[in-house]
Design a binder for this molecule. Structure first.
Ligand SMILES: *Cc1c(COP(=O)(O)O)cnc(C)c1O
Length: 363
């Protein structure tokens, strides 16, 4: 059996490093915003090249709190991509703002710049850009567009921890970067976890208050906040895994290049890479007209595959009413042809070979 991601292997690999540190944290017993959370926040900020990194309960909360701290509310519009995980859009919906879904670029599967620009109007408060599958969005151009129109840029980096654009980390371009440590992400913990980055001191102070019941001074509450803190034990895991992240991401890239070289001459579109950014392959996603046949052949050989994402968000039941008649042809087309193949740092050459051989039988 070849799974999409093998979380257990990474735990086996890092067990001897992680477990004594978990036991030490248990003995120390500072479970809420303890020393490991503080240390991880500093280590993550250093890695990402940002002034502040703030641990929160999960990636969805990171997005929600970022939008709130940016002042997004009921009378605003936020532009985002229709081709992403639902959490990106949910976070906007929590604020009461109206979502304007934009179509995507057919090579990167990220926001199409011209499509975004067409949606900008006086109600536009923010652009929420996703670095989907670990491929950086056109973040420099999006930043310029936001600056020109005086709009806030927020980055959904749930799938892009470690990806860079012109040498700078995703999550360091917008007012805020939002990360998830869900167990299948490139940097992951052993449950839920999230992180919010920013270079803005006031914004950081607001987020810290929002994650902790709207309190800046203990038992003084200046606004309605939330209980959304990164867990101390998860911070222990993250501190260990952060040190291995570059190696893990390199392994993913190696696996991806191995796939792309072998699939090159088939009638399959392999992931695009440009010279400006680094794709860290949270997913290895191809486009094929024979998607169903590939899934079936892989499955017969005990190989997993997955469709991320089968329905673009403007066509999801929850959003259909708001987006009636909206047509986003590229997102719709990609969602019909996309297929993600197994990718994780421990995937072996032999496993990749087996997957490719299986796909080749169909061509
Ligand atoms: C995983 C993910 C999220 C949500 O993160 P959670 O930690 O699961 O809440 C948000 N956006 C994208 C693009 C994701 O992949």
């Amino acid at each position: 059996m070849i799974p999409m991601v093998d979380v257990r292997q990474q735990q086996q690999l890092l067990k001897s490093e992680i477990e004594p540190k978990i036991l030490a944290a248990l003995d120390n017993s500072q479970f809420i915003l303890g020393p490991n959370v503080t240390a991880f926040e500093q280590e993550a900020a250093d890695y990402l090249g940002v002034k502040h990194a703030i641990g929160v309960a999960n990636g969805t909360d990171a997005l929600h709190l970022a939008l709130l701290a940016a002042g997004v509310g009921g009378n605003d519009e936020v532009i985002t991509t229709a081709f992403t995980f639902i959490a990106t859009a949910e976070a906007i919906s929590y604020t009461g703002a109206k979502i304007r879904f934009a179509d995507i670029d057919n090579k990167t599967f990220n926001l199409d710049l011209a499509a975004v620009e067409r949606l900008i109007n006086p109600k536009t408060k923010a652009i929420l850009a996703v670095h989907l599958f670990g491929q950086p969005a056109a973040i420099i151009a999006l930043k310029a567009l936001c600056d020109k129109h005086n709009i806030v840029l927020i980055e959904d980096c749930a799938q892009s921890f470690g990806a860079t654009v012109e040498g700078l980390q995703t999550g360091s371009f917008g007012l805020a970067g939002c990360f998830s440590f869900f167990p299948s992400k490139n940097l992951s913990c052993y449950g839920d976890g999230g992180l919010l980055t920013t270079d803005d001191d006031d914004f950081a102070a607001d987020v810290k208050s929002l994650r902790n019941h709207g309190s800046k001074i203990r038992y003084q509450h200046h606004k309605i906040g939330y209980n959304s803190r990164l867990d101390e034990l998860q911070a222990v895991v993250l501190r260990v895994k952060l040190k291995h992240l570059d190696g893990f991401n390199k392994n993913r890239q190696k696996a991806a290049h191995n796939y792309s070289t072998s699939l090159k001459n088939l009638d399959i579109i392999t992931p695009f890479e440009d010279q400006i950014g680094s794709h860290i392959y949270h997913q290895y996603t191809i486009l094929s007209d024979k998607r169903d046949e590939i899934i079936e052949a892989l499955s017969k050989n005990n190989i997993a595959s997955a469709i991320y994402y089968p329905i673009p968000l403007h066509q999801q039941e929850v959003y259909r009413e708001q987006t009636r008649n909206l047509s986003l042809p590229i997102a719709e087309d990609v969602s019909k042809k996309c297929l993600s193949l197994p990718i994780f740092p421990e995937l072996t050459d032999a496993q990749i070979e087996q997957i490719i051989t299986t796909i080749k039988t169909l061509y």
